[in-house]
Design a protein around this ligand. Structure first.
Ligand SMILES: [Zn+2]
Length: 98
């Protein structure tokens, strides 16, 4: 936690979300740029890849909501994201859940 960023394995992250929300579809993430709150379910309902719910602001897909932030392309405060290490060793940046 040298630079304050939370790093977790995918399993740790998944388990923590399940503990907080019970149902992962209810997991709600905050856009690091504009603060828009969005759940996995919001993305599912709109037919958007739900793995983007913690990587892209909904505004990338829906007009007049949120902003166009994507954790893959845009920089933000490290306090507002986590780094998740997947089973094959890849690291992905994800929005914090609330
Ligand atoms: Zn946003």
């Amino acid at each position: 936690m040298k630079n304050g960023i939370v790093r977790q394995t995918h399993d740790e992250w998944y388990t923590e979300m399940l503990q907080v929300y019970g149902n992962l579809n209810k997991a709600t993430f905050e856009c690091p740029a504009c603060g828009h709150l969005q759940s996995i379910e919001d993305f599912l309902v709109l037919g958007i890849d739900s793995t983007r719910a913690y990587q892209d602001c909904l505004g990338r897909y829906v007009n007049e909501k949120g902003c166009s932030f994507s954790v893959d392309y845009d920089d933000c405060s490290p306090k507002k994201i986590r780094v998740i290490v997947t089973g094959n060793g890849h690291e992905i940046k994800v929005f914090n859940f609330i």
